[in-house]
Structure formats: structure tokens, C-alpha cells
Design a protein around this ligand. Structure first.
Ligand SMILES: C[S@@+](CC[C@H](N)C(=O)[O-])C[C@H]1O[C@@H](n2cnc3c(N)ncnc32)[C@H](O)[C@@H]1O
Length: 209
């Protein structure tokens, strides 16, 4: 019998999941973006991007029209299907972004390459978020900034426990983890959080190396 087995590489599973859902991603995510105020928060945060900018997990390119015109953006993602959509969106919008298939856990860029590193709703999906943040800390230059919009594990113990309980089901059927301790991971990676806005499970974070 030829049964599909889960991959032993957790990142390969994540990538396969986003490859599968790429064509529905915007349809499903757009209402959440608008209702949850996420769209407004993306705009506010990414308006701060400057200089040579790396966007991790660029996905279908939802942030492409949000960057200031003088930001020189490279977008990376592990999902070829998500990137194909980002590339089409960039052409449609006339945005000069470079797009690459790459994994934040292992970046090809030299130390201190970027003025800004940005990510929205990404570290809930990266297989080893701490490894990803360590790479971010490595490639952002001294004096540079890291801009993050992420949902995290609730701080209330009961809700935290509940999110832990349902996380395997959400991850299996929707994609992201809903119980990531992202602020702890950032602190452990060597990045310093200099600003954080909290609302519910959402965090808008500015950090520096
Ligand atoms: C929830 S989507 C968010 C997409 C986009 N940032 C947005 O705000 O709509 C998560 C994205 O992160 C990408 N991703 C997951 N693991 C990654 C990794 N290790 N390196 C780079 N991108 C990754 C996924 O392929 C997916 O496109």
C-alpha cells in the first residue's frame, strides 16, 4: 500500500502546506486582515522600512504596496507557489522587488547586509523560529532595524493552555502555530526589542541587533 507519510523535515512540511494553499491564501486571509485590523498594522509598521530591506516569508506579496518608495526590497520565501503569486502581484503593481526562494533558518547573505529586516505573520510557521531569528540578527546591520507583526501564545494561563491544546489541529489544517512564544525567541536570538505594541494575541515589534 502506498500511503503518504509526513516528511521527517518539519520545514519541508511547512513549505508543502503553503504550496498547497497558495491559490486560496489571499481569499482566506483578506477578511482576517481587514476585520482584525491587521492591514492597518502592516501599513503602520512597514512604513518604517528604509534602505536595503529583506522581507522574510513574503508570501503572495501582501505587503508590496506598503513599503516606502525608497526601500530597496528583497522578498524571500520557502514556498515557490506563494512566490509565484508575489511575483505576479509585483508586476501588476509595478513594484521593483527582487524575489528569491530561500529559508530564513539558513540565509545566504553576509553578516550585516540589511538596513531593515521585516516579516508579517511568518514566525508562527517557520519550523525552528529561534534559528530564524538568529539568522535575522546576523544579517541586520548595526544601527539597522527588525520590524515584526506576529500573533503569539496568549499570556493568560488558561488561554495559553487552550491554544497549546488545539495547536496541533490548527497547524495540521490551517498552517501556522498559534502558540509561539515569539517575544522569548526574539530575546534569545540576540535581538533587542525596543518597541512593542500588544493587542490581544498580536504583537507589533521593532527590534535591533
Ligand atoms: C502566514 S504566511 C504570511 C505571508 C505574508 N508575510 C503575509 O503577511 O501575508 C507565512 C509565509 O511564511 C513562509 N515561510 C514559512 N517558513 C519559512 C521559512 N523557513 N523561511 C522563509 N519563509 C517561510 C510561508 O511559505 C508563507 O508564505
Amino acid at each position: 500500500m502506498n500511503r503518504a507519510r509526513p516528511s521527517i523535515d518539519p520545514q519541508a512540511d511547512v513549505t508543502a502546506r503553503y504550496d498547497r494553499i497558495a491559490r486560496f491564501y489571499d481569499i482566506v486571509d483578506r477578511p482576517m486582515d481587514l476585520l482584525g485590523g491587521v492591514a492597518r498594522r502592516r501599513r503602520r509598521l512597514l512604513a518604517r522600512a528604509r534602505g536595503v530591506t529583506l522581507e522574510i516569508g513574503v508570501g503572495t506579496g501582501r505587503n508590496l504596496d506598503v513599503y516606502p518608495p525608497d526601500a530597496d526590497v528583497i522578498g524571500i520565501d520557502t514556498s515557490a507557489n506563494m512566490l509565484a503569486r508575489a511575483s505576479r502581484r509585483a508586476d501588476r503593481l509595478g513594484v521593483p522587488i527582487r524575489i528569491e526562494l530561500a529559508d530564513v533558518q539558513q540565509l545566504r547573505f553576509a553578516d550585516a547586509t540589511f538596513d531593515t529586516v521585516a516579516a508579517t505573520c511568518v514566525f508562527c510557521s517557520v519550523a525552528d523560529p529561534l534559528a530564524g531569528f538568529r539568522e535575522v540578527a546576523r544579517v541586520v546591520r548595526p544601527g539597522g532595524q527588525v520590524l515584526l507583526l506576529e500573533h503569539v501564545r496568549p499570556r493568560t494561563p488558561l488561554l495559553g493552555w487552550l491554544f497549546d491544546l488545539v495547536n496541533p489541529v490548527v497547524r495540521r489544517f490551517v498552517g501556522p502555530n498559534i502558540n509561539r512564544r515569539t517575544e522569548d525567541n526574539i530575546a534569545q536570538s540576540g535581538l533587542e526589542v525596543i518597541e512593542v505594541r500588544r493587542w490581544g494575541i498580536w504583537r507589533e515589534i521593532v527590534a535591533r541587533p
